[in-house]
Design a protein around this ligand. Structure first.
Ligand code: 1CP
Length: 341
């Protein structure tokens, strides 16, 4: 059990002296120490080398001091393990070679052996646990089926993922096949992460908000529900970004311990929709970390007052932005640590 167990207590719904805090994408590209490694090793080398995974995962723990570590990896390691060549282009993001463009392409995808093809992630987890030395819990993660399907069809990031959505409307059976297969792969992958030692897992459905409530019910909800039920042994956190309308369903019909929410949802609405069924995580607007530091402190206190200190994990509403000064990130974390003092 990690010495700092605030995050795990909040997930279990146990009372805490103050809420835990961590930041989505905290191990990433706003940290000067990370940027130095970026010059030396390409992206997937960083993900595949256990010593680098451990080192990068621990950078924010040493430099900023959050109450949980998130494994350094990426959601796109899953399509990569299924056979796609993916390049992480600096300034552009992921670019997938030969994305899915036909029913035949979709039907040809096979599940494969995750334990083997993603074994390097599990090696990374073990190396990270050694280096963390039980200071804070380690969070594992995966992309959600819908969000991974978006990239596998679109081939790269997009504002609206119009190609991916069109494919689902034109070929619902092929989309269903893909989503179901991805769900099975993700369940195996997350259970393997649990076996390697992560204390909780988070599922990122970053593009859930592109779906209306009805489409969410077919393209996202069943798969998130199944993942939350079949990942065993640790709490599951679901982040369906933008899907505020699904909060109630996600709280009551899935097995999630916590829901992560973006900044477009008020704490009062989120609490009312989910009542005391789940822990809530979020939802500071990442751009607000560019405010003057006294204002960050004030806003963090206000946010905790509104959510309440229990059954709550302080976080951003999405990943930290590359242009955030490290001092501001630290002020955010310190403001939480000083809450109630
Ligand atoms: O070279 C680099 O550093 C590129 C930037 C980068 C980093 C630091 C990418 C490319 N991925 C990552 C790591 C990463 N990705 C983590 C590790 C932990 C951490 O940084 O703290 C995690 C949890 C992710 C998850 C991820 N990747 C998501 C889900 C979360 C979210 O932000 O919505 C998504 C959508 C991705 C895809 C991805 N990877 C990288 C980029 C630039 C993108 C987004 C592409 C797009 O705009 O669609």
């Amino acid at each position: 059990m990690p010495k700092n167990d605030l995050y795990l207590k909040a997930l279990a719904g146990e009372p805490v002296p103050r809420p835990p805090v961590w930041m989505m994408r905290q191990a990433g590209r706003y940290l000067p120490s990370y940027l130095k490694l970026q010059e030396k090793y390409d992206f997937f080398t960083r993900c595949e080398t256990p010593e680098l995974v451990a080192q990068i995962t621990c950078l924010p723990i040493d430099e900023i001091g959050p109450d949980a570590a998130i494994l350094f990896s990426d959601i796109l390691v899953v399509p990569r393990a299924l056979g796609w060549d993916i390049e992480m282009k600096p300034g552009v993001g992921p670019v997938i070679d030969k994305p899915i463009s036909s029913v035949d392409d979709a039907m040809r995808v096979r599940k494969g052996d995750v334990q083997e093809s993603l074994g390097y992630v599990m090696d990374g987890i073990r190396a990270t646990k050694d280096q963390l030395d039980d200071r804070v819990p380690l969070i594992g993660f995966s992309g959600a089926p819908w969000t991974l399907l978006c990239y596998m069809i679109e081939g790269q990031g997009s504002k609206d993922f119009a190609k991916a959505k069109a494919f689902c409307y034109q070929h619902p059976e092929a989309a269903d096949h893909l989503l179901s297969l991805l769900t099975d792969v993700i369940i195996d992958y997350l259970n393997a992460q649990v076996e390697a030692g992560v204390h909780a897992v988070q599922v990122f459905d970053s593009w859930a908000g592109l779906l209306g409530p009805d489409d969410f019910n077919t393209l996202a909800m069943p798969w998130l529900k199944k993942i939350s039920e079949e990942v065993k042994g640790v709490p599951v956190v679901l982040f369906a970004k933008g899907a505020w309308y699904a909060l109630e369903r996600l709280a009551w019909r899935t097995n999630a311990s916590a829901l992560s929410i973006d900044w477009t949802v008020s704490p009062e609405y989120a609490r009312q929709a989910t009542r005391r069924e789940v822990t809530l995580q979020g939802n500071f607007d990442p751009s607000r970390l560019l405010s003057p530091i006294p204002e960050i402190r004030k806003q963090v206190k206000r946010m905790i007052d509104r959510f309440g200190k229990d059954r709550y994990i302080v976080n951003l509403g999405h990943g930290i932005l590359p242009n955030i000064p490290v001092d501001n990130a630290r002020a955010f974390v310190d403001a939480v640590k000083g809450y109630g003092a």
